[in-house]
Design a protein around this ligand. Structure first.
Ligand code: FMN
Length: 303
């Protein structure tokens, strides 16, 4: 069996498989299907300073080989997380990472400060790329200046591993990745959802209450793969790849393109055991190709 350990900043992971925020709840929902401790890291739902109701329904639409969502960061706020959710999840035997979202820099900073105090949370993922909130969210992630400002502010407040999640809804994602790196990010993860739209022709209305929403799933994979490849050549910090990973082969492709770890999102809705299947598939691939460590395939694409 190959060595599957990877490191992201100070975050030590038993394998490179992570769950994507908003698609795996707080992990507990999946314990009937799999041993969730076998997952390298679990990234929990987007957490904001204050409670958010999310967007009105309908906020999901199926598309060929993918889906659109406009959940809008529904959550009970960081204090509720600390009091009620953290005690339930803190002893899960894998890394529990909080996805921190916000609509103003001060909100991101305060949320990160509160999470910094939690012993059993070794990292945060800063979501500067959510397309489903009116203010902030993606706004920070679409300019290098905006990304630099929010990352710098959070970096001074947050002492553990800081992952910054990038938006694909930009002209040059490498520019934003470099801004995040230059402002103190330990890692970048990409991609968040692509802005999309669905229309009901009979009713002559948009399907989503928000009109536009975030596209995810198999259909976005080639775009995500291209962006991971570009970003991994542009920065020196580890890149976490996601977007349309449906099986172990997809995961290997992202790692060959330069990802040090990968996240699985929409695929969890189709197969709740997909994360452990991907970890097993990566292991088999490494054995078959005679690799001793998963680190040997990171960026090993031959071009
Ligand atoms: C229902 C749903 C909710 C999501 N919520 C969040 C969130 O709260 N924070 C975040 O950073 N990304 C969120 N995302 C984006 C995913 O984490 C991921 O970046 C995206 O879906 C692409 O990966 P995938 O194609 O494997 O799903 C959400 C995606 C979906 C489908």
């Amino acid at each position: 069996m190959a060595d599957l350990n990877v490191k992201i900043g100070e975050l030590q992971m038993k394998n490179p498989v992570m769950t994507a925020s908003g698609t795996f709840g707080y992990g507990e929902e999946f314990t009937d299907f799999i041993d969730i401790a076998r997952i390298g890291s679990i990234i929990v739902k987007g957490t904001t300073l204050h409670k958010r109701e999310g967007n009105p329904y309908p906020r999901m639409a199926e598309t060929p080989s993918g889906m659109l969502n406009a959940v809008g960061l529904q959550n009970k706020g960081v204090n509720y997380f600390v009091e009620h959710i953290y005690p339930r999840i803190k002893d899960i035997q894998t890394n529990m990472i909080v996805n921190v979202s916000g609509s103003a820099i001060e909100d991101y900073v305060k949320t990160a400060e509160i999470i910094n105090e939690l012993d059993k949370i070794p990292a945060i993922e800063l979501n500067i790329s959510c397309p489903n909130v009116k203010q902030g969210g993606m706004a920070f992630g679409v300019t290098a200046k905006g990304a630099a400002e929010v990352v710098k502010a959070v970096r001074s407040a947050y002492k553990k591993t800081l992952i910054v999640k990038l938006s694909p809804n930009v002209t040059d994602i490498t520019e934003i990745a470099r801004a995040a790196e230059g402002s103190g990010a330990d890692s970048v993860s990409l991609i968040n959802t692509l802005l999309g739209m669905a229309i009901d022709a009979e009713r002559k209305r948009p399907i989503l209450s928000t009109i536009t929403g975030g596209m995810s799933g198999a259909a976005v994979k080639p775009i995500a793969l291209r962006m991971v490849w570009q970003v991994s050549k542009a920065v020196n910090i580890p890149v976490i790849g996601l977007g349309g990973i449906m099986n172990w082969k997809d995961a290997i492709e992202f790692m060959l393109a330069g990802a040090s770890a990968i996240q699985i999102g929409t695929a969890n809705f189709i197969d709740p055991a997909i994360t452990v299947k991907v970890a097993d598939g990566i292991n088999n691939y490494l054995d078959r190709h005679g690799y001793k460590s998963v680190n040997e395939i990171i960026g090993a694409l031959e071009v």
